[in-house]
Write a protein that binds this ligand. Structure first.
Ligand SMILES: Nc1ncnc2c1ncn2[C@@H]1O[C@H](COP(=O)(O)OP(=O)(O)OP(=O)(O)O)[C@@H](O)[C@H]1O
Ligand SMILES: O=P(O)(O)OC[C@H]1O[C@H](OP(=O)(O)OP(=O)(O)O)[C@H](O)[C@@H]1O
Length: 294
């Protein structure tokens, strides 16, 4: 089916249909109030409250659909954009704060290979054939290294005697460890991104979606810290909580005291509270942020 012609009055938004990016992408859509009903087994879903159609596609195919203008927006990993050689053809609009991992060359932990140059002329299995080939061209201009593609379970290739090394994604390192492998080189680090076609068809709607998604990401990353402090030591406290733009400072109905409100990165929150207490802040409260706009 030619999606563009059947859904010409809707912005097409490509969503990873499964895998590591799926659940977090759905949570972003829910936070952005893009509600939809997806019929069983159908890979197209109409958003109920905006003229948008979600198209569920493999993460690996999304850069090409966006780059070639078949869909307007998409969510995928930076690794997939590079692997499909679409980095010049798509616009990377927003980092999404999930899907962080590294693409690494891995070899058997107890084997003789300890450096990339020892893999020249040997066998490599990967699901990143383009990036791996390009990487090995630097080490092996004669192209004697055999690079084979596998669509999944790449980590089993060495144990099965199919490869001397692999190139695969690593996040926690647990898959690598369980397969008895160790990393010897990082080709790239990657994160999930929102990408857009370079020829937007619905520029205003696109801006609205980007702004909603950005708001959800900021809300997920930050919390709001409030505290009371004597004005004489305020500067020490605001140095700890400078806020995203600047802290709000409100006079309290108690001489010499102010209340401060500032956005703080969630991952730094406990440390900031410790520091605030040390400089003399009191009544320190932390609240979550449901949504935000710049
Ligand atoms: N372990 C991981 N941690 C974080 N992000 C990951 C991890 N593995 C993959 N990703 C990111 O998710 C993207 C899609 O990978 P994934 O393996 O989930 O896709 P898939 O092949 O569509 O799904 P499946 O593996 O279920 O067949 C990758 O290109 C990468 O950007
Ligand atoms: O470092 P870790 O946290 O263990 O994650 C790494 C694993 O995650 C990905 O595979 P996934 O589980 O998505 O399945 P796949 O092997 O079918 O691609 C990747 O290909 C690794 O195998």
């Amino acid at each position: 089916m030619d999606l563009v012609n059947h859904l010409s009055d809707r912005l097409l938004f490509a969503i990873p249909k499964k895998g590591r990016l799926y659940a977090k992408t759905l949570s972003l859509l829910a936070g952005s109030d893009l509600s939809f009903h997806r019929d069983n087994r159908l890979d197209i879903a109409l958003v109920k409250n905006l003229p948008i159609a979600l198209v569920f596609l493999p993460a690996a195919d999304i850069p090409r659909y966006v780059g070639e203008g078949n869909v307007d927006l998409g969510i995928t990993g930076q690794d997939q954009i590079l692997e499909s050689e679409m980095n010049e053809k798509v616009e990377e609009v927003l980092g999404l704060g999930f899907g962080d991992c590294k693409l690494q060359v891995q070899v058997p932990e107890n084997g003789v290979i300890t450096a990339v140059e020892q893999l020249v002329g040997k066998r490599i299995v990967t699901s990143f054939g383009v990036l791996t080939k390009r990487f090995f061209e630097n080490w092996d201009p004669n192209g004697s290294t055999a690079i084979k593609n596998a669509s999944g379970s790449v980590e089993a290739a060495c144990a099965l005697g199919l490869a001397d090394g692999i190139v695969d994604l690593v996040e926690s390192g647990e898959t690598m460890k369980a397969a008895g492998l160790k990393p010897i080189h990082t080709l790239l680090t990657t994160t999930a991104v929102l990408i857009a076609s370079k020829h937007p068809r619905f520029a205003d709607l696109q801006k609205t979606i980007i702004s909603r998604i950005r708001g959800v990401i900021v809300a997920k990353q930050y919390c709001l810290v409030t505290y009371n402090i004597e004005r004489s030591i305020l500067s020490q406290a605001t140095a700890i909580t400078p806020g995203k733009r600047a802290p709000s400072i409100i006079s309290l109905d108690a001489p010499g005291w102010v209340a401060v409100q500032a956005m703080v990165l969630k991952k730094e929150c406990a440390k900031k509270m410790d520091e605030l207490e040390i400089v003399g802040a009191v009544d320190i409260l932390v609240v979550g942020i449901d949504n935000s706009r710049a």
